[in-house]
Design a protein around this ligand. Structure first.
Ligand code: FAD
Length: 331
């Protein structure tokens, strides 16, 4: 991923798309068709595949990553969590990723199963866990130790602070900062953020990182995470879960149309267009990236990347490459 970013000309913009593994074979088939369409029409720099907390989607995440990387030839980043997970699963996921030709891992801590899910049983189940991984930094260190520079490693960051059962009082990005410094020093190549709608909060966060005394954030790619608005209900749920602030004017625009799903989507696209344009206009980044949480949906994100001119132009070399690749098959 960082090789691809660095190969872009100064001033270029790029974007990536996140997908999660569907539960059923039918869901996989539908997503594969959609992915083929989206990758050809939108040309993202890379795609990412999520990982269920505790390894709950391990097989399916690897299956989707294989489709993306091998079958569709997309530069793929596999998310991987490390807590509440059997250690063998981490080794297996990294080994399989390597076999599939995947060179990018988003190294995450993941979350503990919520204790209220087990209230009825009267006790928490024995956790299928390991003592080696407590924070994401442990996974970053582990990957570097086991694989050297083979993987390009991304880590997560939270423009509006990370809320956690262990420290619910610290919903402030400054609280996480020293941990993010350490995680980056341990070997992160890029930073990808939690979703946000408060673009000023994001700008403040990026400034905080870029100007940090440690210097570790001076040039590292920081990719803002954006979630296209699919429905009023999903928006309220995701902002609550991720503790993302919905600025009053954004909420008012959506409130005004909340009974009409189609209008919510249209206004939602405009809101995201404005966030992208706002960040594109900032002069302080050499190559500006955007990461879209697609929820496996096509329409809204397609409109946004088209409206904001994020889709890369097809170059003559690309066309030539296609011809060279297809000629043997034609013969
Ligand atoms: P960490 O970097 O370990 O940080 C977690 C918290 O602990 C932070 O508040 C940090 O400041 C604090 N902390 C770190 N180190 C220490 C320390 N030594 N002492 C005290 N406090 C410390 N989850 C999934 O299950 N699957 C996914 O696919 C997934 N994808 C994600 C993609 C992105 C871009 C983002 C932003 C999040 C994603 N998540 C995913 C959610 C993530 O797993 C949770 O937010 C999790 O709670 C924190 O993960 P982390 O990697 O940021 O953890």
């Amino acid at each position: 991923i960082t090789d691809k970013i660095n190969a872009l000309p100064d001033g270029a913009n790029y974007f990536s798309l996140e997908f999660f593994p569907p539960k059923t074979a039918m869901g996989f088939a539908n997503l594969q068709t959609r992915l083929e369409r989206m990758s050809q029409a939108l040309r993202p720099l890379f795609v990412t595949v999520t990982w269920g907390a505790g390894g709950s989607t391990a097989t399916k995440s690897l299956e989707l990553a294989e489709i993306c990387q091998r079958q569709l030839g997309l530069t793929t980043c596999l998310h991987l969590t490390c807590t509440n997970m059997n250690r063998a699963l981490i080794d297996d996921a990294l080994e399989q990723a390597k076999v599939l030709g995947i060179r990018n891992i988003l190294a995450l801590r993941g979350d503990a199963p919520r204790s209220d899910e087990y209230r009825d049983e009267g006790q928490l189940p024995e956790q299928d866990s390991n003592k080696d991984f407590t924070w994401a930094i442990d996974l970053v260190r582990y990957i570097r130790k086991q694989y050297g520079d083979y993987f390009c490693i991304g880590v997560a960051a939270y423009p509006e602070g990370h809320s956690d059962e262990s420290h619910p009082e610290h919903q402030d990005p400054r609280f996480d900062l020293q941990h993010l410094v350490e995680k980056t020093k341990a070997g992160a190549d890029f930073i990808m953020t939690q979703l946000f709608f408060d673009v000023e909060a994001y700008v403040r966060f990026e400034k905080l990182l870029r100007e940090h005394d440690s210097g570790v954030f001076k040039t590292i790619p920081i990719i803002p995470g954006l979630m296209p608005i699919q429905s009023y209900k999903i928006l309220l749920r995701t902002t609550k879960l991720s503790h993302a602030n919905l600025p009053a004017d954004t909420l008012a625009r959506l409130d005004a149309v909340k009974t009409d799903d189609e209008l919510v989507k249209q206004v939602g696209v405009k809101i995201l267009d404005e966030i992208v344009e706002h960040l594109k206009a900032r002069p302080d980044v050499v190559r500006r990236g955007f990461h879209f949480y697609t929820l496996n949906l096509e329409k809204a994100v397609s409109h946004i990347v088209e409206d904001t001119h994020l889709i890369p132009q097809t170059t003559v070399e690309d066309d030539e490459e296609v011809i060279v690749e297809t000629t043997p098959a034609i013969n």
